[in-house]
Write a protein that binds this ligand. Structure first.
Ligand SMILES: Nc1ncnc2c1ncn2[C@@H]1O[C@H](COP(=O)(O)OP(=O)(O)OP(=O)(O)O)[C@@H](O)[C@H]1O
Ligand SMILES: [Mg+2]
Length: 244
């Protein structure tokens, strides 16, 4: 088998019957999911449907939560949240390098900052960055660890619309260059269909819809062929589009 085919068929993430409950209330009710290595997946769902709970489970960040099921994830996982979580008392480069050692770490950190368009800002303080720049730094911090899986929980949710569009292009470009598997949690149906190759909808504690978006990249929000996907996803989310 050719190496790239092998890479695409080996699952990076496998969830079997994953359940998670809080105070007796079931949030994830037997989720089955496989994400092949290198696939870009978006996860949609109503507020409170359990998207962050699922992401935290895959990230291994939910040890105190009650649950069952089987979960397999790669060793090198990076997580990006809605806020950059940069340490305010450290400059940008040390923030990116946090917890990393090795003699080439600094060089890798500088390269990651350059990749996200922050070359020259290595010595800036987090308070000197805009929201979009801070999220770029957060992406650099995750990249520098060369993750096999990138988990992102509404990473652009707090950004203005224009910055968000720029960040979409950047994320897709970084994915193309590094090919991690991606699980991107978002509220934004358009963000999901413009970025991801596969979009999942979480409902009633399970994957209610699993849609492959079969359109070439880069994609435009205005591509009429994306509108059928949008309608199907909005339908699964219980939103009826106004066609006037
Ligand atoms: N640590 C916790 N303790 C108690 N309940 C929790 C905890 N974490 C999540 N929940 C509950 O689990 C449900 C799912 O929460 P989760 O954060 O996964 O939703 P979400 O889909 O990410 O929502 P949003 O889109 O608003 O971020 C919610 O009802 C929430 O109140
Ligand atoms: Mg959430």
């Amino acid at each position: 088998m050719a190496p790239h085919t092998e890479q695409l068929t080996r699952p990076a993430v496998r969830l079997e019957g994953l359940t998670r409950s809080f105070e007796g209330r079931t949030v994830l009710d037997g989720v089955d999911l496989e994400i092949p290595a290198g696939q870009f997946v978006a996860l949609l769902g109503h507020s409170g449907s359990g998207k962050s709970t699922l992401l935290r489970a895959v990230a291994g960040l939910d040890h105190e939560v009650t649950g069952s099921g089987r979960l397999t994830a790669p060793e090198r996982v990076s997580v990006v949240f809605q806020d950059s979580r940069l340490l305010p008392w450290r400059r940008i480069l040390p923030n990116v390098l946090l917890g990393l050692d090795g003699k080439d770490a600094e060089q890798r950190g500088r390269a990651a900052l350059a990749e996200v368009g922050l070359a020259g800002r290595e010595r800036a303080w987090p308070s000197e960055l805009s929201g979009g720049e801070a999220q770029r730094a957060a992406l650099a911090r995750s990249l520098v660890r060369e993750p096999e899986l990138l988990l992102a929980d509404e990473p652009f949710g707090a950004l203005d619309a224009l910055t968000r569009i720029r960040m979409h292009a950047l994320l897709r470009e970084l994915w193309k260059r590094h090919r991690p598997s991606v699980l991107l949690v978002t509220h934004d149906v358009d963000e999901a269909i413009v970025l991801a190759d596969r979009v999942l909808v979480l409902e009633h504690g399970r994957i209610g819809l699993d849609l492959t978006i079969d359109r070439p990249h880069p994609r435009s929000y205005r591509d009429p062929l994306l509108s059928a996907y949008r309608t199907e996803l909005l339908g699964a989310l219980g939103v009826v589009e106004d066609t006037d």
